[in-house]
Design a protein around this ligand. Sequence first.
Ligand code: CP
Ligand code: NVA
Length: 307
Amino acid sequence: MDAIKHYLQFKDFTREEYAYLFERARWIKEKFKRYEPYHPLFDRTLVMIFEKASTRTRLSFEAGMHQLGGSAIYLNTRDSQLGRGEPVEDAAQVISRMSDAVMIRTFEQTVIERFAENSRVPVINGLTNEYHPCQILADIFTFIEHRGDIRGKTVAWIGDSNNMCNTWLQAAELLDFNVHVSTPPGYEVEAERAGLYGTNHFEQFDDPMVACQGADLVTTDVWTSMGFEAENEERKAAFADWCVDADMMAVAAPDAVFMHCLPAHRGEEVTADVIDGAHSVVWEEAENRLHVQKALLEYLVVGRIES
Ligand code: CP
Ligand code: NVA
């Protein structure tokens, strides 16, 4: 029997698999826009486990499963035995006997890895402290839609070296583009935690303005990620100069796009004129979670389908 394929971090797939998924997402999106029903996951069930809050991730997976002909069940730690100390290995055994795929949003990456080791069905990372691969899948798909191939391009990451940043860095190594990272002192990238091979696809900059110079894509995220709320005040002070503003966008490439995974805090990590301005593609980016995850679910549950 073939090993079960999981999607726990960006580097779990090859460059060739990403080419397939981006093409498949384009096909699925077009069909959806033409109101043509497409039900490859008829009668299939996705279980979604949330240990942190969510709007987009829950909505896109739940709507996506419905649109593919299946259904989705939402579990959270508050209302299930997961929050009362049931071992993650036991939960994986039980949940994966009643479903066709499991999506998990949790804290440590090790939790999702332990779940996957004990699961009979594919497990998808819906965000951990370390990674957010479904979001970067949507972001790169969005970039391709607006600007074509991302290979050789430059992404400027301004702010915290968090789960989003780590995933951008993994994607850069795999898909051969560059990331300019600018973080405040003390918040730099930890290459090992990011899971990098050290292929020189990223460069650190002290000055966010320098990091943005010539960038094809400028992106940022909240200063305080979920699970780090106790550091909020300290972070607000440390990150004050890492707000993406019109001056930063002015030194990027003239056709640079701005992305943010959302939710955003206008006036903190980005100014309102940037996120609501001409370079911003944040709404398409959010919508594309739906389309890329439908391609991902189809691939993991029923395998490759040539369009
Ligand atoms: N971008 C993202 O994952 O959003 P949610 O936290 O709303 O799911
Ligand atoms: N870095 C953020 C992303 C939210 C979608 C967090 O982990 O809270």
